[in-house]
Design a protein around this ligand. Sequence first.
Ligand code: UDP
Ligand code: MG
Length: 169
Amino acid sequence: MSGIFYRQTGAYAREPMAERTLIIIKPDGVQRHMMGEIISRFERKGFKLAAAKFLQVSEATARRHYAVHEGKPFFEGVVKYLASSPVLAMVWEADGVIDMARKMMGATFGYNAEPGTIRGDFSCSRGYNLIHGSDSPESAAYEIPLYFADEELVNYGLVDADWLYGKND
Ligand code: UDP
Ligand code: MG
């Protein structure tokens, strides 16, 4: 398909290198039928989807993913959890997306997370908290290639980008 639907237009489309974050709907999110709910929150916020993959994470990848937590008491548990059942890995894009997504996710433990956040609304567990999101640009740069090859990240413009990302000043 070509033509107007994929034409790069608008201010945002001229800045294709907006920040990216790795979001994973974790095994409990998939098993609890929460994928649509979670995706719809990011979609309605105005983030742009750059990649998505439904997969079974291997224990080796889970170890690499959580390498920063190696040696902590919960490390083996969180590795097993991430590799316990399929997940939906996604890359979402927007200026400031890393911090915005973290706010939308809520605090790490479901029982601490504020109502209105994903974890606050749908989790009361400690470790089973539905979603992963990169916590810094450095984490995103490390995590995204664990799940996606460069060519799997799709560059395109949103036709309503000027409305989504409009500025008055
Ligand atoms: N986790 C856990 N027990 C803990 C701390 C963390 O089971 O005491 C799990 C939980 O699933 C969390 C993940 O390990 O999401 C990674 O921990 P981190 O502190 O990075 O939290 P996040 O960035 O996911 O909010
Ligand atoms: Mg983390």
